[in-house]
Write a protein that binds this ligand. Structure first.
Ligand code: SF4
Length: 869
């Protein structure tokens, strides 16, 4: 039996521990680590499928220059010389790094040291800017430091958990399951503040379906209410804070703008006011806003006013999107931070880091934040750009502009796992980097716990670790000693030692207790929450009333609500809310590699309120075209009461590789928060119309598709691929049209009618491809058809299982592959059964639990509707 190795999931900021076992090939067996304090053995659907995502089929295995294979020496010399010549000719600010929350802390540390310490520019920013920069700015304004005060245990110790702009059930599923378990045990009250009814609302005692952008008004109203009701902790406010009266003065807001009923507002205020043990969790719904920083401070104000911070079961709590967003913040991966939570603009901090690194000069002012960085690229100010482990051509707002900027840049290098991401395709040089399972280092999760990620698999081809690539370039640029590292533990020791200097300045981030860590201790480092110093170990911050501002007192911020940056216009009457779905991660570069995670939603969609759909003449399964001042996208219509009236929702994951017409970044405005520079990704104005399709198609194939239709979206099936597609072509002859779509179908069985046609191809006795075309949305049981690939498949042309075979319906539980029809049938056969009983009968929801909220929704459906589905 092979060795079990402890590591960490590479997806969300929960940072779950995993146990890995090699399968002898390139795959891994993955289980939750029962001893990891983030998850105690639990994993969500994404974490459980990790072992299925390590295939090498899209990996870049050698450096590439101009799309052609090259050797490392040539590629690294070219990168070093291009950066050096740009700096020599145009100065250090003519180059930039755009990095990623997927990087490990050791990678981040070296990238930041190279840019800020030696190149001499602060032009390094990370995709965490799109994720939680508003929290960083809000924390620093209130606390004087970017400190998460509490721990995950606080969600279990609280009597009230307020979730603001957080679909915890889908975006941080294991933390959600911990909350569900605590709620069952102690009756925790849960309030969800979200314009949309998400799966998280299934456990909400109160769902405040707030109007987009009005969170500041709500929390200002709460602050004013607390004052009026005499529920302020005067002792804490007087001894440990400044600015309370000014904050209360600006908190007198019209609560009508929240769109909430007075009854619901008062219920929330009363609950908050009366519940000492309250945690307010906030996430992207707060951060991704043109007033995100003010929203963060409006929340923090209420916790400071009640003294509910840094004590068991109390505090504001930011949950990060990415696995190492916190590590990036700790190493200075943002353009406005130095390293170890020190400040660029602070001369003492700046000089200390310069001495520590033996650097020539460290910039004293912030560099370009992400959105400004790519504007500078477009303007020709950035002559050499290095993008690592991220895909801005998809994930950025106004993504089309980013693509044009990259194309126009003199020199672009991308270090990543694949050369086929939408961004890597535009690079001059692609450097093959190692990925999860191959990399070795540390990550920090949302509650400040540092965990090890382990290199279990041999790096494929010539792939190198990111820290190694940056260090190699640093050495070739002339800084041999500063970048002389042999292994990640050396970098970690240096990072920990530098944090000790920060600790000497009284900063929060101090892990100097690990600065002498031996190689073997680093190998077996158990999850450890910082700070880790001679004077402080883990725990919570601020319960003692000591903050990191110059006065040591927290600051209330006088904030007032502002409407989203872009205004609704008659031409663009809707707002687009965006976010994640349960089973995909970011731009799908890893999660799309497994069929299991593609079953829940196999194509991009627009979740739209029934009234909006009716006004627009949209029916379920139609295609909608959304248009903004910046671009357009085509998405499948999903009509749902859960959507917000006037503000439909679309997922942010799909890319040019999987659905080129559905890249949501093309539609989103690049308006940013003035303090954090974070873009407003959830409130862009759009118009919606029905995509005037003249035909629709669904197909499966053992080989990948090569589609060129106006709309297509492909996903993996267990064997091969599945795809939806559509267009406006005038189709008169189904057979010849089918051959233009899939030439392999020229010799196949067919059923052709005036409004629809079906084609299927068997080779060597097994189904290798099938195509269903129709004048309207195609009506077939897709999971059934996809499962026929590689089988004898006698019923495939019927498009659904025969009467003797049940049709499980679309997948709800990806772990156990349980369909909606199976669940509805179990509900209908056992009236009054509990959720646990339905789970036990169907096997849905018994593994990771991420689908349990959807099961609850199905159980709540009226019985007649259940039967009809
Ligand atoms: Fe990974 Fe899921 Fe845990 Fe997030 S909640 S770290 S995605 S297993």
């Amino acid at each position: 039996m092979s060795e079990v190795i402890r590591s960490t999931c590479p997806y969300c900021g929960v940072g779950c521990g995993v146990l890995l076992k090699r399968d002898g090939e390139i795959g891994l067996k993955v289980e939750g680590d029962p001893d990891h304090p983030a998850n105690y053995g639990r994993l969500c659907s994404k974490g459980l499928a990790l072992g299925e995502t390590t295939s090498l089929n899209d990996r870049v295995l050698t450096p590439q220059i101009g799309g052609k294979d090259a050797d490392w020496d040539t590629a690294l010399d070219l990168v070093a010389s291009k950066f050096k010549s740009a700096i020599a000719e145009h100065g250090p600010d003519s180059v930039a790094f755009y990095v990623s929350g997927q990087l490990l802390t050791e990678d981040y540390y070296i990238a930041n040291k190279l840019m800020k310490g030696f190149i001499g520019s602060a032009n390094i920013d990370t995709n965490s800017r799109l994720c939680m920069a508003s929290t960083v700015a809000g924390h620093k304004r209130a606390f004087g430091s970017d400190t998460v005060p509490g721990t995950y245990e606080d969600l279990e110790l609280a009597d009230l958990v307020v979730l603001v702009g957080s679909n915890l059930a889908w975006c941080h599923p294991v933390l959600y399951q911990r909350l569900v378990a605590a709620r069952q045990e102690r009756g925790t009250k849960v309030v969800v503040v979200d314009p949309r009814r998400t799966s998280t609302c299934e456990i909400a005692d109160l769902h405040l379906k707030i109007d987009i952008g009005s969170d500041v008004a709500l929390f200002n109203g709460l602050l004013a209410h607390l004052k009026q009701q005499g529920q302020i902790d005067q002792g804490f406010v007087g001894a440990h804070t400044d600015g309370f009266e000014a904050a209360v003065s600006s908190a007198q807001e019209d609560l009508g703008q929240t769109g909430l009923s007075d009854h619901d507002i008062q219920a929330f205020f009363a609950l908050f006011g009366q519940t000492e043990k309250t945690v307010t969790v906030f996430s992207q719904g707060v951060n991704q806003s043109s007033s995100g920083t003010d929203k963060v401070n409006a929340i923090i104000n209420c916790h400071l006013a009640t003294g509910r911070i840094g004590k068991p079961g109390m505090g504001p709590f930011s949950v990060t999107g990415q696995p190492n967003a916190m590590g990036g913040r700790e190493t200075g991966g943002l353009a406005n931070m130095l390293a170890a939570h020190m400040d660029l603009e602070n001369p003492a901090h700046n000089a200390a880091v310069k001495d520590f690194w033996s650097a020539e000069a460290i910039p004293a002012t912030p560099g370009l934040k992400a959105i400004d960085m790519f504007k500078a690229v477009a303007a020709g100010q950035i002559k050499a750009l290095w993008i690592a482990c991220t895909n801005p051509v998809v994930s950025f707002p106004q993504a089309g502009d980013v693509a044009e900027a990259i194309k126009a840049c003199d020199f672009v290098v991308v270090s990543d796992l694949s050369a086929t991401t939408d961004t890597a395709k535009l690079a001059d040089v692609v450097l093959p980097a190692t990925g999860w399972g191959e990399k070795d280092g540390t990550v920090t999760n949302s509650d400040r716990t540092i965990s090890r990620q382990k290199g279990v698999l041999v790096p494929p081809g010539q792939a190198k670790h990111d820290w190694e690539i940056y260090a190699e370039v640093g050495r070739r640029m002339g800084w041999t000693r500063a970048f002389d590292y042999q292994k990640p533990v050396e970098i970690f020791r240096e990072h920990a030692a530098l944090s000790g200097i920060a600790g000497g300045f009284g900063r929060d981030f101090d892990i100097s207790g690990l600065s002498d860590i031996e190689d073997a201790e680093y190998e077996s480092l158990v999850p450890t929450r910082w700070p880790i110093s001679a004077v402080r170990q883990g725990g919570r911050f601020f319960g003692d009333g000591q903050f990191f501002t110059p006065t040591g007192r927290a600051k209330f911020l006088a904030v007032s609500s502002k409407a989203p940056a872009t205004k609704r216009l008659p031409k663009y009457p809707y707002r687009l809310n965006t976010g994640r779905i349960r089973d995909q991660w970011h731009t799908m570069t890893r999660t799309a590699k497994t069929a299991r995670l593609s079953r829940h939603f196999a194509e991009p969609f627009l979740q739209i309120h029934p009234k909006d759909a009716s006004d627009l003449g949209l029916k379920p399964a139609d295609l909608a075209q959304i248009t903004s001042p910046h671009g357009h996208a085509i998405l499948r219509v999903l009509v749902s009461e859960h959507a917000t009236l006037g503000a439909p929702f679309a997922p942010m994951h799909w890319t040019g590789e999987y659905a080129p017409a559905a890249t949501i970044g093309n539609v989103i405005s690049a308006a940013t928060d003035p303090f954090s520079g974070q873009p407003e990704s959830k409130a862009s104005v759009i118009a919606i119309s029905k995509f005037a399709a003249s035909w629709y198609g669904f197909a499966v194939s053992l080989k990948p598709f090569e589609l060129k239709t106006e709309y297509w979206a492909q996903a993996r099936a267990d064997k091969g691929w599945r795809a939806e597609f559509s267009g406006t072509d005038d189709v008169s002859d189904w057979a010849s049209f089918a051959n233009t779509l899939m030439p392999s179908l020229s010799q196949c069985a067919e059923m052709i009618g005036p409004r629809a046609a079906r084609f299927a191809l068997w080779e060597d006795g097994v189904l290798t491809a099938a195509l269903f075309l129709s004048r309207g949305p195609v009506l077939v049981a897709r999971d059934f058809v996809a499962a026929q690939l590689g089988q004898a498949a006698p019923d495939v042309m019927v498009g659904q299982p025969g009467a003797n075979r049940p049709n499980p319906g679309p997948v709800v539980c990806s772990c156990m592959n349980v369909g909606r029809n199976t669940i509805l049938s179990a509900i209908s056969n056992a009236p009054g059964a509990s959720l646990d009983e339905i789970c036990a009968t169907t096997s849905a929801g018994i593994t990771c639990g991420s689908c349990r909220s959807e099961l609850v929704e199905l159980m709540k459906m009226p019985r007649l509707q259940q039967a009809a589905e």
